[in-house]
Design a protein around this ligand. Structure first.
Ligand SMILES: [Zn+2]
Length: 364
């Protein structure tokens, strides 16, 4: 795929860090700084599995890496527990954006489930307002180096998706770009929340659905053909509808062909998939095949804390595994920006005024 590339070398980690990057799939409760968790836990007397930032960071990574879904999910109990007040949410949101700026991210959509942050009495509106406050503080401090939007997530095993969909529409001109559902796929198909998706479609609103991460094609098929998802969260299992013969001939099933033909964006999160077992390694991650086949592939972090990752780390590891050049990374980045839930003219402005000049400067 790099035949016409004028600079066919794998970029250094520092070059990748400097390159403008776009992030569409990042969980606010999966990206806290360990030191912040410790301070916030202290304030609310929440007991943590480790007492200093370094060992706590390691605990998160090990629990997420353990191969046990129970232990993986337990990590979120601790982050969500310390995100139950307005000031705590604002701080976490502000630091999230500061970390993304330092990582060279120029546009981000950060998601979380408001319904998980109301145990201490906040209303859903107050949760969204507190997060928005943090995003605005940090974007202002960054002086225009980043644009950030919220995505509001509903938990697929709960029954509040309609309420959260209405919340995302109520906030759409004040920092919320769209809606998502997340949580265990097996047993909780997206069609369970059809009323919420139909409401969003009537409202001309945007949404993505976590689908095809661990669970297979039926989940992707429902997300697109029943629910009308604009993008797929992960979507890795779309490879189950693609066959590669021994002679290299590739055949796409109808669903895979539809996803590619309609340019439906795949929010791929390689490091996270390796941790949860949805892929065996970065080198064997389906992102390589899907990129070769020119699906609308985007690269994302999912949970920066649990996966000890960043956009720089994700892109650099892909470059090392697949030999991707800056031209390839630019392709992922423009794919992501084209797929953002931002108005078309604003997307175009970031592509033309930030991403293209940024990569041109690095190549030069
Ligand atoms: Zn996710």
């Amino acid at each position: 795929m790099s035949v016409t590339d004028p600079e066919p070398t794998v970029p250094t980690r520092d070059q990748v860090r400097q390159a403008p990057k776009v992030l569409l799939h990042d969980h606010l409760d999966g990206g806290l700084r360990p030191a912040t968790i410790i301070e916030l836990a202290d304030e609310v007397h929440h007991e943590l599995p480790a007492g200093d930032a370094e060992s706590l960071g390691r605990w998160f990574a090990e629990a997420a890496d353990s191969g046990s879904l129970v232990r993986y999910l337990e990590t979120f109990d601790h982050t969500v527990a310390v995100m139950q007040t307005g000031p705590a949410l604002t701080r976490v949101a502000r630091e999230c954006v500061e970390d993304l700026v330092a990582d060279g991210v120029v546009y981000a959509e950060v998601r979380y489930a408001p319904e998980q942050h109301v145990t201490q009495g906040l209303t859903l509106d107050e949760v969204v307002a507190a997060v928005q406050e943090g995003f605005e503080q940090a974007t202002e401090a960054a002086g225009g180096r980043i644009v950030v939007r919220q995505l509001l997530t509903a938990m697929r095993h709960q029954a509040r998706s309609m309420e959260i969909a209405e919340l995302s529409v109520a906030w759409r001109d004040r920092g919320v770009a769209g809606f998502d559902i997340a949580g265990a796929e097996a047993g909780y198909p997206p069609t369970r929340h059809l009323d919420a998706f139909e409401y969003l479609q009537r409202e001309s609103s945007h949404f993505t659905i976590h689908a095809g991460e661990a669970f297979g094609l039926p989940s992707i098929w429902q997300a697109i053909q029943w629910c009308g998802a604009d993008r797929l969260g992960h979507g890795v299992r779309i490879v189950d509808d693609i066959t590669v013969a021994d002679d290299g001939t590739v055949t796409l099933g109808r669903l895979a062909a539809y996803v590619r033909d309609m340019r439906i964006p795949l929010e791929m999160c390689p490091a996270s998939n390796v941790q949860t077992g949805a892929a065996t390694s970065i080198a064997e991650h389906p992102i390589g095949l899907l990129t070769d086949l020119r699906f609308r592939v985007t690269v994302n972090t999912d949970n920066r804390l649990m996966s000890q990752t960043s956009m720089t780390a994700e892109m650099h590891s892909l470059a090392e595994a697949f030999g991707y050049t800056l031209t390839d990374l630019r392709w992922f980045t423009i794919n992501a920006m084209k797929s953002a839930f931002l108005p078309f003219d604003e997307r175009l402005a970031i592509i033309d005024e930030v991403i293209k000049p940024g990569y041109a400067a690095l190549a030069g």
